[in-house]
Write a new protein. Structure first.
Length: 271
């Protein structure tokens, strides 16, 4: 039986107590700074900028916004600008210059309801093609935005007439290895996973993992699709081999539950 010291461990390097609900946290690219995004008790949005100094998190700036902020990404910005794109509780997509965050440099009413998830590509020197942002919302739509194009998404993926609207919980870009290829993967509250091909503007593949999809992510955005991981409620994760797509069976996959209920109970007693 392995000893405790042989098991993988996560060591806390710094800790910071917060007086608001935290929804997302992002490192500012190529810096020792990080951003915390969330909601204050009075229903406003909070954006806090911290810097890691000698093992401590030092608050540099706190900005309050009218609506709670659910998610953020630097994925569609250059390393020189390092603009932050955020989605909020009323469906607004905003892009902020952290050096002057009072007014967004880009703002659009992207969705009718909360933006649950956001991802970017074509920025930070990662992935080929135009800088784009994808948003997934409770209103059932997934939209792709080019910040250089005002007000209108370049792609709008929504349920067909007669189809039920599902809450989109998570989105991710992938397959951006040249100027033409690019896909978006989206996960929904009912366990559906959908892969949209932006080159052909079509639904390339879909499957269901039975439980709500908490997160989807490709191993890398800037290579041919290799691996896709999807995590779900009930503590399960699924890894799909995206290198070969079977015409009827789709992509091969393996799944595993992180901990069984008995193991969770045992760990709860141990801690």
């Amino acid at each position: 039986m392995s000893s405790v010291s042989e098991r993988p461990q996560v060591v806390a390097h710094a800790q910071q107590a917060l007086n608001y609900t935290l929804f997302d946290c992002k490192w500012v690219p190529r810096s020792a700074r990080l951003l915390c995004l969330g909601s204050a008790a009075r229903g406003t949005g909070i954006l806090q900028l911290y810097e890691l100094r000698s093992g401590r998190l030092v608050l540099l700036r706190e900005i309050e916004k009218p609506k709670p902020i659910k998610c953020g990404t630097f994925g569609a910005t250059s390393l020189q600008q390092r603009y932050l794109a955020t989605g909020d509780f009323v469906g607004n997509l905003n892009i902020w210059n952290l050096e002057a965050p009072e007014t967004p440099v880009y703002s659009v009413k992207g969705h009718k309801e909360i933006i649950n998830s956001i991802d970017g590509v074509g920025g930070l020197g990662i992935g080929e093609g135009a800088p784009e942002i994808v948003t997934g919302s409770r209103d059932g739509t997934v939209k792709v935005w080019d910040p250089r194009q005002k007000d209108t998404p370049v792609v709008n993926m929504e349920p067909a007439d007669g189809e039920s609207k599902r809450d989109c919980w998570t989105v991710a870009f992938g397959n951006a290895y040249n100027q033409e290829e690019r896909v978006v993967c989206a996960g929904y509250d009912n366990g559906d996973i959908k892969l949209f091909d932006l080159k052909t503007m079509s639904l390339r593949w879909e499957t269901s993992i039975k439980n709500g999809v908490c997160s989807v992510e490709f191993d890398r955005k800037d290579v041919n699709m290799n691996k896709l991981v999807a995590t779900s409620l009930e503590g399960k994760f699924h890894v799909f081999d995206m290198r070969t797509q079977h015409p009827t069976k789709g992509f091969a996959s393996v799944s595993e539950k992180v901990w069984s209920d008995r193991e969770l109970l045992s760990k709860r007693h141990t801690f």
